[in-house]
Design a protein around this ligand. Sequence first.
Ligand SMILES: [Fe+2]
Ligand SMILES: [Fe+2]
Length: 409
Amino acid sequence: MRKREEAISLSEVISALGYALELKEGSVKGHAQRSCLVGMRIGREIRLGAVEMDALYYALLLKDVAGNYFIDGMDVAQASLRAVRGASIMRKLGLNELAAEAVRCAEERWDGGGIPDSLRGEEIPLLARICAVARYLDTVASVSGTRRAMDALAERGGSWFDRGLVRVAESIAERGELWKGCFWGEQQDETRHVVCDLDPGRREYREAAEIDRVCEAFADVVDAKSHFTFSHSIGVADAARGIAERVGLREDRVQVVRRAALLHDIGKLSVSNRILDKVGGLNAAEWRAVRQHPGYTRRILEHVEPFHEIAVIAGQHHEKLDGSGYPNRMVARDLSLEARIVAVADIYGALSEDRPYRAGLEFEQIVPILKDLAPKKLDRDCVEALVDVVASHRKPVFAHATPLVYAAV
Ligand SMILES: [Fe+2]
Ligand SMILES: [Fe+2]
């Protein structure tokens, strides 16, 4: 019989993702909310139907979910990959094709100069064109004010943007309604409230498979941050599930462990890529930034009520049994079996993945390193379970890349 799960609402998920994305370096605080307000006003003005308006709402809030804001001079291939990944995350969140395609094409340009497919004019989905206008308006307004944003938009009508939508935005602005409720700085929480009122709401995830996909979407958000971590979370989740099954956890606990492993590094969005992708040792300030990421993982996940236990487990993935871990120097008696499993899986993942300065280690090289760390720092049963699981497959569970923060392990 299928176990009934505690439902998760899409608004909780959006709130957690919104908090996580705002931790990213270079993110403009409140951008998602303000661009949502502006874009929804354009959508209403051109009389989009209810289905389109719902899709537009989620696309506007989540368009940067894979960090796919394309700036001239940026690596086009990387940016295109992020746009595609953004759409895939939308699908994993159960959002429809209209919303997914709006995110995928939100950086196409009217004249064909955008990404990922160099679409032109009306080949670009209408919702994507609205997202592009709304993103640009808030991005410029956040730096130079709304008047300059309107001028800059007008200058790019017909080249970057759909001229018809530019006129629509101008006419709403002339009535004084385009920027109503858009606040910067201290007051931006008020924008959040106005945006919440527009929430089509009601959507909930109840089935275990749906909740797993939401967790996979979060994992994609963090793995998309750096090409060195493009599938770290999924890999760690596979290893953690293997250990959990081997040590005999019940099916529902295996599920908790796997979800915690998928989500364990979401707090890494707070760490600059300059640090995550650095070749060579980290200085004291950089280490401080790295050591904060498990705490952020916990805070992000606490936005989702049913994830509270997962938040605790995931937030402990760098703790060690002897108190030498971070961020809270916890010791053996504080660390649950679930947390110990994720810690072992994470280190195994880190060692087996490629780094900028070395290839991933072979299983035969990893075993003695893990055995050296147990039982002082890592749980011996978990290490043995991992070794058994991997040995029985006779190939690494994964062989991807992860940042250098594990270099000291
Ligand atoms: Fe981590
Ligand atoms: Fe990790």
